[in-house]
Ligand binder design. Sequence first.
Ligand code: ADP
Ligand code: MG
Length: 115
Amino acid sequence: MGEGNGTAWAGALSPAARYAETGGASLTWENLTAVLPGSGGRPTKKLLQGLYGYAVPGRIVAIMGPSGSGKSTLLDSLSGRLARNVLQTGKVLLNGKKRRLDFGAVVSVKFIIEA
Ligand SMILES: Nc1ncnc2c1ncn2[C@@H]1O[C@H](COP(=O)(O)OP(=O)(O)O)[C@@H](O)[C@H]1O
Ligand SMILES: [Mg+2]
């Protein structure tokens, strides 16, 4: 797929060029796991188990699966928005650097759209 050849993005910046202008971000996740500890007699529940993936500027990522499979939980995990009682392990890297998970930091990941 060619870019900047004046056809597909005629009259507008290509998505890749837009990301370059705004300092686009790449997101990688490694061995991402989220566990809901059991309480009140309920067993521990694995919400996410050993997930790997990445999202880069200019590419659409589709997270697909049946209802209840953990799509929203994954997005919450990547953006540091999991419920406080959910234990998250693994790595989330923003531009190759570990993203801080403390202080409820919210990463602006605008290239993920949940349908
Ligand atoms: N904080 C939480 N407490 C209890 N259960 C949770 C929590 N977060 C996610 N779950 C459970 O994790 C599973 C996956 O849910 P979800 O991520 O919403 O799936 P999807 O978005 O793919 O439909 C569901 O069974 C949901 O009830
Ligand atoms: Mg959902």
